[in-house]
Every structure is written in C-alpha cells, then in structure tokens.
Design a protein around this ligand. Structure first.
Ligand code: GP9
Ligand code: MN
Length: 630
C-alpha cells in the first residue's frame, strides 16, 4: 500500500493528536480525577494535547532520520511516564513526585505489588506508539520532512501559545496554582501530567540546591537567638497538669475570632464556643500565622513551632526535611498519634508529610463513608465527620495525640437549607453572608462531638484543644466586613486584628481562664508539651509556652506584620495596639515629620526570626542538629 494516495498531516501533529486522545482517556477513565465544573472538564480535555504538542513539536528541529527517532522515543517515553503514574496511582491514589520516587518505603511498596497493579488492557496504551513506530519505520520517506524556517517557527509559536492558553485557563480556574501548589491532583488536572512533572522537577532542584549549600554552620547563631529570645527562663505554671492524658486537637476550618461572642441578625453565631470559654483557657488575642499553604501551614506551625514559608506550601516544598515534630517527641514519650481529615490524602501532600512528621495513622477520605447526603462543598459535613471518627478514636492505643481538621466552614461556605440554623447576613458579599451559617454549623458539630466524647468515655482522660486554622474572609470582602463590624473602613490595623483565630485549651475538671496575652500558632507546640509534662529543653522552636510570663514580646505574622503588647505593625505602618492610632507611617514621613518609628526595633527582630526559621527549612538544618527529646 502506498501512502502517497493519502494526505496525512505531519507525523508530529498526528502523534500529538493520538497521544492527546490517549492521555485524555487515561485521565478521564483510569485515574479518578474529580471534575467539579465545565471549565475543569474543558481544561482537562485540552491539556493533554497542549503538552503532547509542546514536546513532540520539538521534532521539527531534527533532520529526517533523527526526527523519526525522536518521535518514536518521545511517544514511548511519554507512555512509560503515563503508565508508571497509572501503576503508582492504582496503589497510592496519587501521582509520582521526585522525592516520593526516591523515598524508600513507597518505592518498595510499589515494587512488591507491581504486577498485581497492571491490567491486561494497559496494553492499549501502546497503540499510538505502535502507529508512530509503524509509520516512521515503514513510511519514513513519506512522513519525515525537512521543515523550513517558517514551519519551524509556526510549530514553536503554536506550542508556546498552546501552553500559555492552558496556563491562563488554569490560573482563572485556580488562581496562584503554581505558587501555592495546592494538590497534585489539581496540578495534573490543570496543567497536565507532563507539565506537572516538569514543575515538580524545578521545585525539587531548587530546594535541593539550597539544601546542598547548607552545612550546619548556620545553627549556632540560630540556637543562640532561640535561647535568648524564645526560651522561657521561668517554668510553666501548668507544667505537667495533663501528664499522660490523650490530646484531641481540633482545627476549625476558616474560623476567625470575630464571630466569637458576636451575633448576626440578633442571634449568637457560635453559642457552643461562647459557653466553652467559661470553662476553658481561652486566648482572645491569638493569631494565625499562615501564608499560601493555608491549613497545611497551620499544621506545620502547631507541630513544629517553625514558621511556614513566605511562598508555596512547606508541606509540599520541604516535605522530606528532618523535623523535630510534636508527634515525634510524643512518640518518644509513649504516645500514639493520628490525624483525622475527610479529604483526599494527597491534598497538601499530607500523606507524605504526616509520615515524615511521625504520625502513626492518617484517617483520610477512604476511612469515611461519604455520600451525596452527608457531604457539601469540600466534602464530608463536619457533623458526620466527627460522628464517624469516634469509633476510630476509641480504638487508638492510649495515650494518644489526635488531630481533627474540619471542612464545612470552607470557602465558598455552602450549606443546605436543612443544615442552616441561622439566617444569612445581608450585605454585598455572598461569601460573608453565608459564612455565619457555616460557622454556626461547625459550632454545632463541635457541640455534638463534645457530647459524643462524653458518651464514649473519651472525654475524662483527654485535653481538648480547639483552634481556627486561618482567616476565612479575605480583604476582598472588606466593604461587607466593615459594615458588619460597624466601621467606616477596614484599615491595615483592622486587617491585622482580623487575623485573630479562636484558641481554646479545655482541660476537663479545670476551670480555665480568659487569657489576654498576645499569642500565636507558633506557641502551640511548647505549650502543649509543657502541659503534658515534657521539658523538651534543647528543641529549636520559635514559640513560647503560653503559661509563663517570661515570653517574647511579639507575635509575627508570616507577611512580616507583627503584634506586640504595645504596637501593631503592618504594611510599613506602626499603630498603637490598644487605641489603633497611627504612630508612624513610612509613606507619610517623607512629607511631614511623624516622629521616629517606634516599631522598628521589634520589626528588626521579626525579620531576623522569620529569616532564621526559613534558613532552617531551606537548608534542612535539623539534619545537623540532634535533639534529645526526653
Ligand atoms: C483541605 C482543607 C482545606 O484538605 O484542609 O484546605 P485550605 O484550602 O483551607 O488550605
Ligand atoms: Mn483551611
């Protein structure tokens, strides 16, 4: 048969189309990728073609023989990558990352079950490769073309345009997708498996390089700083009060302090938590310190007492570092540890990071029965989540450190009518209007959980810590927020105050106290360890126990803002903390003399502290520093 009679497109275009179709079929029917809307469906459809074209169009730069060779091996390699991810996915419901590939346990796990993870139908993945091989070998003289300059330029520009188009759509669908690196599934869904691998490689090499240049010489300065500034010289007033008790630490999604003891349409937003203040240690000036890694950043803070990173999610970028984490320390003191969260386990790279932090078990999505009726928005509703978790909690070896992360009070704060106990707020922000209802729902879920803890006999032997993970209402809703708070506008001072999240330490049988000191998520680890009677003397951590008076004078937010007893500093403006009066502004000082910047000395310290914490993470410095945790 002669191909002369057929007008076939250039082989690289045909190969891209075939490879694109194949990849799309794999995405759609072999991986279990969740599609939430038409836009996501569209992006998923185009990205396989965009990345196949990007790579295969490179063939136009080669002469005939090499061109054919390139196409054959490129399609084969691409297929191999697709296939290996598929096998990996069948075992781990996750995509391969470079660190995971070299991570002993995962690779070994996969090795032993490799053959059981292969389906006979996988052979069809080779179909397009076979076509390309056949055409390129048998009909080389017809399909191999020497492309002229114009054709080369067109191929190159088209592939870049394709890639850009894909990226722009992905950005619209998930703003800051690449900076925030939410989830591998999101990345694959939006930029495609192959571009995801390129991205993962860049991320990996960058952090590897920073690690390579560190040699541990950085540690003495950091140690000295921590010893002088973050270590209390005074023993905690509550040291050992909860020795041997179980810990139940509940993170409330997007719960901010402004709803506590507040009303909407005349109704209390969080009646249960408002009452809980009376018999708990409740910290009314407690701040979240998270950045782009949101929930995962708060987890990082509470388990390490180190700051999360200024960009990206440390759970992703430095999931393989050495840490001296709360679960690790507790393990050495006889504790079992587990996390409960009904979302996809790879979200925020939790599966990898939890193992590294020393958690014994992660009760994730697959541990829960999730149906249309019991889920909304991001997944399993909080009431059902707690209810289904109790049996697992009861089965844990004691004493244990358990963490729970709720989900319902997450943007866009959706709730079915049957679950809404209070009316929405009425403003120009649908987000804020709905927020009160989901916050109330979570408050009710918490109340129910307390009842279940009591019923199941878990309550008495435990201490219960409750905390908001980060803000839920962004600056975008400032207009509605100022209306709700009865303010003319939300100033940088107000913005900082809105970063307060609720923090409770509830010790059954203890009265508790209203605590007004300035505090933050960085303080949770040392506070908790001291309550449990663990000294943990040579730990490097930037927080201080909240039950001593000898404390560092500020809480630093991750964007460099800070709150001290006297001042609030944000966006180059220094305010009086109690009155909110502007004391100094960098932009004003150029035109009129507003006096000295009284915030400057603390600001210098904040910058130093944040950079020390970053150095530890970027350089993976704990590998040079062995700590005795007893
Ligand atoms: C996802 C949940 C929410 O598992 O923790 O994450 P967030 O978007 O708040 O970081
Ligand atoms: Mn969150």
């Amino acid at each position: 048969m002669s191909l002369r009679r057929f007008q076939i497109p250039p082989l690289y275009i045909l190969a891209s189309i075939l490879f694109g179709i194949k990849t799309y079929i794999v995405y759609r029917f072999m991986f279990n990728i969740s599609i939430e809307n038409i836009m996501q469906e569209f992006i998923l459809l185009i990205n396989p073609f965009a990345s196949a074209f990007l790579f295969l169009a490179l063939s136009v730069w080669f002469k005939n023989k090499r061109q054919m060779k390139f196409l054959r091996f490129a399609t084969l390699m691409g297929t191999l990558i697709l296939f290996l991810n598929l096998v990996f996915y069948r075992n781990f419901t996750d995509f391969i990352t470079i660190p995971v590939l070299f991570q002993g346990s995962n690779a070994a796990d996969l090795g032993s079950s490799f053959f059981s993870l292969i389906n006979p139908t996988d052979i069809f993945l080779l179909l397009d490769v076979a076509i390309v091989w056949f055409l390129s070998k048998r009909y080389e003289s017809h399909v191999a073309t020497t492309y002229n300059k114009r054709a080369k330029t067109i191929a190159l520009s088209a592939s870049i345009l394709f890639l850009l188009g894909n990226y722009v759509l992905a950005e619209i669908e998930r703003p800051q997708l690449l900076q925030r690196t939410f989830d591998r599934e999101y990345l694959v869904k939006n930029i495609g498996l192959f571009n995801y691998h390129v991205y993962d490689t860049v991320l990996h090499s960058k952090s590897k390089a920073q690690r390579v240049f560190a040699d541990g010489n950085e540690m003495p300065d950091i140690e000295k700083y921590v010893e002088q500034n973050a270590t209390s010289k005074e023993e905690s007033k509550l040291f050992g009060i909860a020795e041997g008790k179980n810990v139940i630490l509940i993170s409330l999604e997007s719960m901010q302090s402004f709803v506590i003891n507040n009303t909407v349409n005349g109704e209390e937003v969080t009646p249960f938590m408002n009452d809980l203040i009376d018999d708990s240690y409740y910290f009314e000036n407690f701040y979240h310190q998270t950045e782009q890694g949101k929930t995962s950043d708060h987890e990082f803070l509470i388990d390490n007492s180190l700051y999360p990173l200024p960009r990206g999610a440390v759970f992703f970028t430095h999931g393989q570092n050495e840490y001296n984490s709360t679960p690790d320390i507790l393990k050495e003191n006889g504790y079992y540890s587990a996390v409960f969260h009904a979302n996809n386990k790879s979200f925020w790279n939790r599966d990898v990071m939890y193992e590294n932090l020393g958690y014994d078990h992660f009760y994730e999505q697959s541990a829960y029965e999730i149906t249309d009726e019991n889920s909304i928005g991001w997944g399993l509703k909080d009431k059902s989540f707690f209810e289904q978790s109790i049996k697992y909690l009861q089965s844990l070896p004691e004493p244990y450190y358990s963490r729970f992360i709720t989900l319902t009070n997450h943007y866009p704060f959706e709730l079915g009518e049957e679950d809404a106990s209070i009316e929405q707020y009425d403003s120009n922000s649908r987000t804020l209007n709905q927020y009160f209802q989901t916050a109330r729902y979570t408050d009710e879920a918490l109340e129910q959980f307390f009842a279940q803890l009591k019923e199941s006999g878990v309550y008495e032997d435990s201490i219960i810590v409750i905390m908001g993970d980060h803000y839920g209402i962004s600056d975008f809703h400032n207009k509605a927020m100022s209306m709700y708070l009865n303010k003319e506008e939300i100033t940088p001072y107000d913005h900082v105050q809105l970063q307060k999240v609720p923090f409770f330490i509830h010790i059954p049988g203890q009265e508790g106290k209203l605590m007004s000191k300035i505090s933050g998520q960085i303080d949770v680890k040392p506070t908790l360890l001291h309550l449990l009677g663990i000294e943990n003397k040579d730990d490097i951590s930037f927080g201080t126990d909240l039950f001593t008076d000898d404390r560092k004078e500020f809480v630093a937010l991750r964007d460099g803002s800070f709150i001290s007893d006297d001042y609030v500093y944000s966006k180059d403006q220094c305010f009086d903390r109690t009155t909110g009066e502007l004391l100094f502004s960098k932009s004003v000082v150029e035109t009129e003399d507003t006096g000295e910047n009284v915030c400057q000395p603390i600001n210098d310290m904040v910058q130093k502290e944040l950079s020390y914490s970053d150095q530890i993470i970027y350089g993976d410095l704990f590998r040079f520093y062995k700590i005795n945790n007893n």
